[in-house]
Design a protein. Structure first.
Lengths: 197, 197
DNA sequence: CAAATAATGAACACATAGTTCAGGATTATA
DNA sequence: TATAATCCTGAACTATGTGTTCATTATTTG
């Protein structure tokens, strides 16, 4: 019978490299890290790194896939409440999720764009609410905190943009606008006529 | 009277560097680009680069800000239809927007995550729709194409996650889930009681 | 215990970053 | 248009990181 298990030294080495990478990203960011930084933190020789990974990117990818696979497995297993499960999983692995979602490197640019969108919509919303308050002679209150609301909007919009552009803009700007407005303002239930999730 | 304008050579050089950077990113990606790649494409000496920018990142940031400022100016000027304007602006500058939104570098990881979410929701949705069709004895049709719908969902969710985590998780997973569900399923009009945008 | 496998560290060639400087080219302006 | 100010250039140099080779040592497996 052939033993399919991997040498302990290999498992130890790879675990040490992944842990070192994560710790260092959170300390100094991804881009400026060198292979030597990682192996030094992991207490390994630099050449050892190349026995396991091609470069930094490959190590990062394996680390990320590890956590994503865990989420997918949990979702498939428990079957219910996948949205809640996702938020919980993100909370439990917040450091790693931050690394995944922020992208690292050019992240600041996306972040800036999102902030601009959020701020713009907040100004518009503030005006509209004030108008309504004055007209109706009552204090208008949101069901949802302002910061959540405006960042939901910004996230949705930028998410749609990203996907749309990566597909090669398969719909016209007008179509995208119409569909986005329906989804955002009327909500998914209106669109579906079906209860979901 | 002091002339405040900048030397033509400087303007020409910076324009050439930005154009070269954009062209090269679309050809070979951002990470692997060297300063020499850029100056060579721009027909400039390598040392000239350092007279204007600290590094690649600074050049990219200036290029991106140029386009974002243009969008902001247009939005402020025309005043109406900001969503449509954003989609149009993105279409007019699709290459650059792709660079901004994709992040470059570790982008593949985010992309993979988004695809997984979109695929998962598509499976769930497919089942729910089939069930409803069988129960009601009618063909259920979506008002919105499936691909748009599922990617709106994935984008919204990941956008919320990103923002939430960057803020240091100011709400609990349960609160986030509840708010996300209201926004996604019932829509913004329900939340606002106000017409907007 | 023996054979197989992994880790190590020194040495090497190579690519890129970032700076300095003297000289030639271009621009602004008086 | 002359000239002072400014910019571009290219060679040279230091420094740092990459990726590989190889002989030696250490650890694991059966």
């Amino acid at each position: 019978m052939r033993n399919n298990s991997i040498d302990r030294r290999v498992l130890r080495t790879r675990r040490a490299l992944k842990d070192a990478l994560m710790a260092l990203i959170l300390e100094k960011g991804y881009d400026s890290l060198t292979i030597e930084d990682i192996t030094e933190r992991a207490d390994l020789g630099r050449t050892t790194f190349y026995l396991h990974y091609k470069d930094k990117e490959e190590l990062l990818l394996e680390s990320i896939l590890e956590i994503i696979n865990d989420l997918v497995a949990q979702t498939r297993a428990s079957g219910e409440q996948p949205i809640l499960l996702t938020f919980q999983h993100a909370a439990d692995n917040a450091d790693l999720y931050r690394i995944i979602l922020r992208g690292e490197g050019v992240f600041k640019a996306i972040d800036r764009l999102r902030k601009i969108v959020a701020q713009t919509i907040e100004e518009l919303l503030g005006e509209a609410l004030q108008e309504k308050s004055a007209r109706d002679q009552v204090e208008v209150k949101l069901q949802i905190p302002m910061d959540v609301f405006v960042n939901y909007f910004a996230g949705s919009l930028l998410g749609m943009l990203t996907w749309w552009l990566e597909q090669g803009a398969p719909y016209s700007p007008e179509e995208m606008t119409a569909m986005f407005r329906i989804l955002f303002f009327q909500g998914a239930n209106e669109v579906l006529g079906v209860e979901l999730v």
